[in-house]
Design a binder for this molecule. Structure first.
Ligand code: URA
Length: 438
């Protein structure tokens, strides 16, 4: 087989054969196919797409490119969640402890921040001492002991995705439905859980900008999961506006803790309860309404917060940071973005806000640069809120004063004040399951 023939076939819009896809992924993982040929192939997929069958084979080949975690020795129903990435998205730190407090076993592998989007691994590591680089043995031991562990993706889990993702990031081929579906689902399948809930973000701060594209991505991922015998559902949730009020690593830990204490912002609480109840439903706990009550009770009783504290302790951190998140501290340099006129917040662009947070140090400029755990943005207003001229819309925080000016300029571009209150967006647009779209 020759890679050039496969590229040519895909460039012409033809569907590839199973043996072609498996050969290509195997050879690429072994380093036998150079990045320049794979880049050309990815661009051909970007323009020509892939059939559902091709996507399912690609996913399986990527999942099989490394080790598959065997969770069968762990007790209980193993559950997992995945978000396609957003700004202020701290749902894992809320949903995973709720699921564990309700008796599910959570063995979750998460990622670092990517571009303007944050990553759970960076957030966990912002809690002093907390490790998110557990070995497979440590990971399984923590799950067995506490019912929950969240760690970074092990080096040998879907290594084809690791290589392909890095290549897509620099060849403008990230936002392709079959490539995202295969990337996410290859990791989920290799990670071995029984039940998976997907949070497919839609809007300016998401990889998928329209509800239609998000639904189509969700349908592909659900079909791949069903094909592999998983119980799986996806929620399409809004990412035109950041989720919650705090963006940045320790700031997000703080807000997640507040949400687990029953005092979180409305939007974040609603999305987390929707995801958690969907997961409990998939795990066989009953109808969605009943599962929502179960999730609410895990928050009310303090059981979910305790699960997060137990997990942090088991992963090397001090659980006191969870019970007293103010101990995480605040960045020394701040600036305020004030309203230039009175009116209503007409738009608050999640993408620009994510970029502004990154400029403050909350994200990475290059793959290897360090992040500032205290950097970020606290919003005082969100889309639809009334503001008076001079009132604070947001506070910028950083440990490096020289970063404030550029970040403030970017943040100012993100916010538009209009004369009338804008039409409200739904927070949750749709649910996609094996049965279809609701
Ligand atoms: N997250 C992933 O893991 N992969 C993608 O392709 C996009 C988001």
């Amino acid at each position: 087989m020759r890679m050039v023939d496969i590229i040519m076939k895909k460039r012409g819009g033809e569907a590839l054969l199973e043996e072609e896809i498996r050969w290509m992924i195997g050879e690429y993982t072994r380093g036998e196919i150079p990045d320049y040929q794979m880049s050309a192939f990815l661009m051909a997929v970007y323009f020509q797409g892939m059939t559902d069958e091709e996507t399912a084979i690609l996913t399986d080949a990527m999942a099989g490119s490394g080790e598959r975690l065997d969770l069968s020795q762990l007790p209980g129903v193993k559950v997992d969640k995945h978000s396609t990435g957003g700004v202020g998205d701290k749902t894992t730190m809320v949903v995973a402890p709720i699921a564990a407090a309700c008796g599910c076993t959570v063995a979750k592998m998460s990622g670092r921040g990517l571009g303007h989007t944050g990553g759970t691994v960076d957030k966990l590591e912002s809690i002093p001492g907390t490790r998110a680089d557990l070995s497979k043995e440590e990971f399984l031991e923590v799950v067995a002991r506490t019912g929950i562990a969240v760690t970074g993706q092990s080096g040998n889990l879907a290594p084809a995705d690791k290589k392909l993702y890095a290549l897509r990031d620099v060849t403008a081929t990230v936002d392709s439905v079959p490539l995202i579906a295969a990337s996410i689902m290859s990791k989920k399948l290799a990670a071995g859980s029984d039940c998976i809930v997907l949070d497919v973000k839609t809007g300016s701060g998401a990889f998928m900008k329209t509800v239609e594209d998000s639904v189509s991505l969700a349908e592909k991922m659900v079909a791949i999961g069903v094909h592999s015998g998983k119980k799986i559902a996806a929620l399409i949730t809004d990412m035109d506006v950041p989720l919650g009020y705090q963006i940045g690593n320790t700031l997000e830990v703080e807000e997640a803790v507040r949400t687990l204490s029953g005092e979180g912002p409305r939007d974040l609480t609603d999305v987390c309860l929707a995801l958690a109840s969907q997961l409990l439903h998939l795990a066989g706990h009953g109808e969605i309404d009943f599962c929502r009550q179960e999730a609410q009770e895990a928050i009310r009783s303090g059981a979910a917060l305790k699960k997060l504290a137990d997990m942090i302790e088991a992963q090397g951190g001090d659980p006191d940071y969870i019970y007293h998140p103010e101990k995480l501290g605040r960045a020394p340099f701040t600036a305020e973005l004030a309203a230039e006129k009175s009116g209503y917040i007409e738009r608050m662009d999640a993408l620009d806000i994510g970029v502004a947070a990154s400029l403050l140090g909350a994200g990475r400029e290059t793959k290897d640069s360090a992040i500032d755990p205290l950097a970020g943005i606290i919003l005082s207003k969100k889309t639809g809120d009334a503001v008076k001229k001079g009132e604070t819309i947001a506070t910028l925080l950083t440990s490096d004063e020289s970063r404030l000016e550029a970040a403030k300029k970017k943040l100012a571009e993100a916010v538009i004040i209009g004369a009338a209150a804008p039409r409200k967006h739904p927070l949750i647009y749709a649910r996609v399951t094996e049965q279809g779209i609701e």
